[in-house]
Each structure stands twice: as structure tokens, then as C-alpha cells.
Design a protein around this ligand. Structure first.
Ligand code: AMP
Ligand code: MN
Ligand code: MN
Ligand code: MN
Length: 275
């Protein structure tokens, strides 16, 4: 039986498994089609593809691009992208540079709250290519400023808390444009997770479709059945193809496992019809 998981992370962004270990775990969990979708970069894809060879698993080259839209951070997943495409890679390079700039700001804001050495501390947990809030979170736990990662995201790095830097990410049309230029399908990631009104979510979908987006992540890890139904209705109304992905980051989080996703409702047209 085919088992799709189209949204996952590795050490090439803020996941805790290497691409090779991620592929092994996916195989163990019965996943047959896996997309590696690291934040703002595709550095893990080659290793994942090598690991998938010989394993009974199809690896889809993906990415999850951070977007600022209407003052909110939105994530756009790209599936089946040509990782060598210059339009995509130029875009991702600007993202990576921005992450370095943002990390310096995060560190200096933490410094003002009396927490020093955060940039060096975060870098220890990050790959060379991508620096994110999770890496700062690991440092803050290590330095005993918080008890765990969850605690960090309540007390630091978020609005009105020490270390908060409002993101200035790609525009929605840029992100969708880079993905489609690279031959991929653009998908709105975890649409139920944004803290925006229903009206604004509809506006987001309309803008996304105008930009050339075609997919909607109807099923995401740790989602309430009612939410799935609601997202399926939106996908249907807006004629978007439905995707499913766990957003797996680490085995430490026992709430989210690779491939353990509820089925797409029957009313949905799966995104893989476009692969
Ligand atoms: P960044 O793109 O660097 O701003 O970091 C965003 C990432 O932080 C997300 O992809 C998650 O992996 C992680 N994250 C955000 N909020 C939380 C939370 N409440 N608990 C754990 N991880 C979180
Ligand atoms: Mn993440
Ligand atoms: Mn995301
Ligand atoms: Mn993700």
C-alpha cells in the first residue's frame, strides 16, 4: 500500500535526524513516498535521495519556504522541485542570508535581556546552512533558561518576549514563483495552524492561487478530525489539490510520527495526481 508523508525535516534545517536516518525511520514506519521539506533550503536532498536508493521508498525533493503575508508568517511547501534550478536557489540564498541577519538580531536582543553567547550557542546545534529559532531554543535549554523547547517558545523568541524578531521573509508570490519556476507544486503548509481569521485565510488562499499555487495541506501532524474536515472543505471550495504531511522534526516529539496521518477525506483530490 502507498503511504505518503509529504512534509518532513532533517538536520539540514531544524530536524534532529540526518537525511539518511530520516529515510530509515520513514521506511520503518511504512512510508513509501516521502518528501523532505527543510526550511528555506534543499541541502539535505542529495543525501536523502542516496539513502532512498535501495530502500523501498520514493524520495520527493521538497522545501518549506518562509513567507511574510499580511503581517503573518506563512509556510509554503514546494514538492518535486528541481533543486538545481537557479531561480529557486537564488531565492533560497536570499532566505539563508536573511536567517544569518535575523540570528544576529535575536542574539543581540537576548544579550539585552542578560543572556550572552546565544549566537555561538545556537550555531553549535545548526548545520552550516540554516540557522533557526529551534537552534536558539536548544541553546536556551542547555543554558538552563528554559526547561524544554516548548517552554522556550512560550517565554522567548515570540512576540513580546526576549529574543523576538519579527520575521521579514519572502513574499507569497516570490515563494510560489520560485517553486513553480523549478517545476514544483506549491502547497500551503499546515493551514489550520495560523492564528488568522477565517476571512483572512480565504484571502490568503485567493492570493496563493493568483500566484500559481495549487496545493493545500489538508492533513498535518497532530490535527483534530474536525480541522481536517474543515480544511478539506476549503480545498474543495477553492479547487486546491490536497496534501498530507506530518511535519516531523524529531523522534523526541512523540505526538508527531512519520507516516502516521489520517487519510485524506474522499472529497479531496490528492496532490499526487499532479506529480
Ligand atoms: P524559524 O523558521 O527559524 O522562525 O523557526 C520556526 C520553527 O520553530 C518551526 O518550524 C518549528 O520547528 C519551531 N517551532 C515554532 N513554534 C514552536 C513551538 N511552540 N514548539 C516547538 N517548536 C516550535
Ligand atoms: Mn521547523
Ligand atoms: Mn511550517
Ligand atoms: Mn515544517
Amino acid at each position: 500500500m502507498t503511504c505518503y508523508d509529504l512534509h518532513t525535516h532533517s538536520t539540514a534545517s531544524d530536524g534532529s535526524l540526518s537525511p539518511t536516518d530520516l529515510v530509515s525511520r520513514a521506511v520503518e514506519q511504512g512510508v513509501t513516498v516521502l518528501a523532505l521539506t527543510d526550511h528555506d533550503g534543499t541541502e539535505g536532498i542529495f543525501e536523502a535521495q542516496q539513502a532512498a536508493k535501495g530502500a523501498d521508498l520514493t524520495l520527493i525533493a521538497g522545501v518549506e519556504i518562509s513567507v511574510t503575508w499580511g503581517g503573518t508568517t506563512i509556510h509554503i511547501v514546494g514538492l518535486n522541485v528541481d533543486v538545481k534550478h537557479p531561480v529557486l536557489q537564488n531565492g533560497l540564498t536570499t532566505m539563508r542570508n536573511y536567517r544569518v541577519e535575523r540570528a544576529e538580531k535575536i542574539a543581540s536582543r537576548l544579550e539585552k535581556s542578560g543572556i550572552s553567547g546565544a549566537l555561538e550557542g545556537a550555531k553549535k546545534y545548526a548545520s552550516e546552512v540554516m540557522l533557526g529559532r529551534v537552534h536558539f531554543a536548544k541553546f536556551l535549554v542547555e543554558a538552563k533558561h528554559a526547561k524544554d523547547i516548548n517552554d522556550v517558545f512560550k517565554r522567548f523568541l515570540v512576540r513580546n518576549k526576549p529574543g523576538y524578531v519579527p520575521g521579514q521573509w519572502a513574499t507569497l508570490s516570490d515563494a510560489v514563483g520560485w517553486i513553480t519556476a523549478a517545476g514544483g507544486q506549491a502547497v500551503i503548509a499546515h493551514p489550520a495552524r495560523y492564528k488568522i481569521t477565517a476571512t483572512k485565510l480565504r484571502r490568503l488562499i485567493a492570493d496563493f492561487k493568483d500566484a500559481g499555487g495549487i496545493g493545500f495541506e489538508v492533513v498535518s501532524g497532530r490535527q483534530h478530525p474536525e480541522e481536517v474536515k474543515h480544511m478539506a472543505r476549503l480545498a474543495e471550495q477553492f479547487e486546491l489539490l490536497a496534501s498530507c504531511g506530518s511535519d516531523f522534526h524529531t523522534p523526541d516529539n512523540t505526538w508527531v510520527e512519520l507516516g502516521k496521518l489520517s487519510a485524506l477525506p474522499n472529497s479531496c483530490t490528492p496532490i499526487w495526481t499532479a506529480f
